[in-house]
Design a protein around this ligand. Structure first.
Ligand code: NAP
Length: 248
């Protein structure tokens, strides 16, 4: 029987690219999102992952269709561009429900199945989980949390033979910024990666059982610069938001 991958946030962007890549590599693909994908997928479950009841529903429907799970990809996420001063409670809660709790609850729900296949968990984190960005503090906090989740989970699951791959993702053109919560317009980045190349790099990392990868790779230098020179980083980061404000 084919290996089975379950991908959250499958309708667009990185989830869609990952679904296509894993299909190409011979997997049966099950995806979750609120809207229906516009491409061929073996099985789609419509659900809002900010709701625990919907996560329970995903579990039930998944096992009506499949009898095994080999790879869980926690990918669904949303941005929030706002100052801490003005961030709305409702947006902060939505962000944390989706970007953090859905990863945790999906993992807990499917863990026994993954232990059975000695499977794999892939968590989509962000460069913003390694280096804070002003006016994206809440989003950063959710992704810093995912890094801690991935690292501690990987250690805990070693005795069970389940591996965790954490993805440090830089800017990729998916329309993610347009869909973000909050009132601020984000600065543009001169270079960005492609969803298809990202999916290829992730599949290679999965085959090689890597702990963590950064895509695009050059963001490693950007992160290191920000950590070594925080005051210079703060200065330029704030400047870039001022410039973006001027454009809107
Ligand atoms: N693109 C980037 O530059 C970038 C950089 C770093 C990290 N990331 C991370 O990569 C992941 C994917 O981002 P992306 O660029 O592919 O974003 P995207 O194009 O906006 O896609 C987000 C996906 O999540 C789904 N989703 C959103 N809210 C949901 C909800 N409440 N319940 C279920 N599904 C939901 C969306 O589908 P529906 O709207 O149909 O529900 C969509 O399929 C996120 O975790 C993001 O933080 C992205």
């Amino acid at each position: 029987m084919d290996k089975v991958v379950l991908i959250t946030g499958v309708s667009k962007g990185l989830g869609k690219a990952l679904a296509k890549k894993f299909k190409e590599e011979g997997f049966s693909v099950c995806g979750v999102s609120r809207s229906i994908p516009d491409f061929d997928i073996d099985y789609h479950i419509q659900a809002d992952l900010t709701s625990k009841e919907h996560i329970d529903k995903v579990y039930g429907l998944f096992f009506k269709r499949f009898n095994r799970l080999d790879v869980l990809i926690n990918n669904a996420g949303i941005g929030l561009y706002e100052s801490w001063k003005d961030a709305k409670e409702e947006d902060l809660r939505t962000l944390c429900e989706l970007n953090f709790f859905s990863y945790v609850f999906m993992t807990q729900k499917f863990l026994d199945a993954l232990i059975e296949t000695k499977g794999f968990i892939i968590n989509v984190s962000s460069v913003a989980g390694k280096l804070y960005v002003p006016y994206m503090g809440a989003y950063c906090a959710s992704k810093y949390a995912i890094n801690a989740f991935s690292d501690s989970l990987r250690a805990e699951l070693k005795p069970y033979g389940v591996h965790v791959l954490n993805l440090i993702v830089g800017r990729i053109n998916t329309g993610f910024s347009k869909r973000a919560l909050g009132s601020k317009k984000p600065p543009e980045t001169p270079f960005s990666g492609s969803p298809e190349k990202f999916a290829e790099v992730v599949f290679k990392a999965y085959k090689k059982k890597k702990r963590e990868i950064t895509y695009p790779f050059w963001y490693k230098f950007f992160i290191a610069f920000g950590i070594v020179f925080p005051d210079i980083y703060d200065y330029f980061a704030l400047k870039s938001w001022e410039k973006a404000k001027g454009k809107s």
